[in-house]
Design a binder for this molecule. Sequence first.
Ligand code: ASP
Length: 375
Amino acid sequence: MLSRNPGLCDQCPGSLIIFIGNGPKIMYILSDVVTADMKINLNMNKKRILILHTGGTFGMMPTEPDQILAPGSLQKELINQVPELKKIADLTLEIPFNLDSSNIGIGQWEILGESISLQYNDFDGFVVIHGTDTMVYSAAAISFSFYNLTKPVIFTGAQIPLTQLRSDGRNNLIDAVELATMELPETAIVFGSKILRGNRTKKISITRYEAFDSPNYPQLGEVGLKIRLYNSNLWRPGGPTEYRPGFAARVGVIAVQPSMPTFAVRSILDSGLKALILTGFGAGNLPSVEPDWINFIREATGKGLVVVVASSSPHGSTDLSLYECGQSAMQAGAVDLGNMTVEAGYVKLMKILARTEQRDKIIADFGHNWSGERS
Ligand code: ASP
């Protein structure tokens, strides 16, 4: 049950604390409290953008890279470091949590989704500052939680903290805010020069400024001297916007390797999981003799699990009908991941499992294209 109890925060004048779900989140208004400054902005018809800061390298301090920032200092840093943001839009900053993204999962996806849904009508667009490590999972989670999104939800972050020399955080944030003012009815990631569909994206580099790519779908646009959107690549909403919360942590992923024994993971079949993604080779082929992964699939489907076969190759689509090894997996009950990313497939299964545990229904839902995640 949602409760909202606005109140003043002692440590951070000019801010509001709003309690949503189990924990407080702190909301700042990025002008000097709500003053004439904001009114001027409103008069100038600036778009209203909500920035949700969730943590990651972007906000970490250079001297203590492992320490989570206090929200107050983060607010100060954002205003000091990127004052020109206020020229682009009317901004409100909210800090629903401040975590290394390795610690982000279902609980945080729900907080984020709820925050966006509660304030959907109050803003023209949303920016989510997020750690790069699991950004694609969170972007997929939001894309699957909102049907027919009509406003931009733009994820971004940084490879180097905002307060350090040569940080990419500043440009990424400016690009994200500008994008959030545009006609982009999608959950997207902007990072470096690329604008990518969130549920199609993979993190491809730990060290490069171009940290993300979308191997099976073209870019939604590009950041150059100007921000350009490629309209024909954008997803179009086909009905009223609807927020559907819920994820079930009942999905496992196994990256099968040559000669990897099935006994190493057999216990997973009795663990209570309802779906399993097996990452195979090429078009979705798995070893069928010594070790016999086909028999493993047969056993899994016999126990009611949905088995999805993915590929270790990020580019292209799995096709279990191409080779004998793939065909045997299909005959044993496995289904294709298609050209979805493993990350999007994983989050989509969690979403489906929150609503149904019926095998046929899960498989049918998984095959549908919800928000551009597969083709
Ligand atoms: N460990 C960080 C995170 O994902 C890495 C980053 O933000 O780039 O939160």
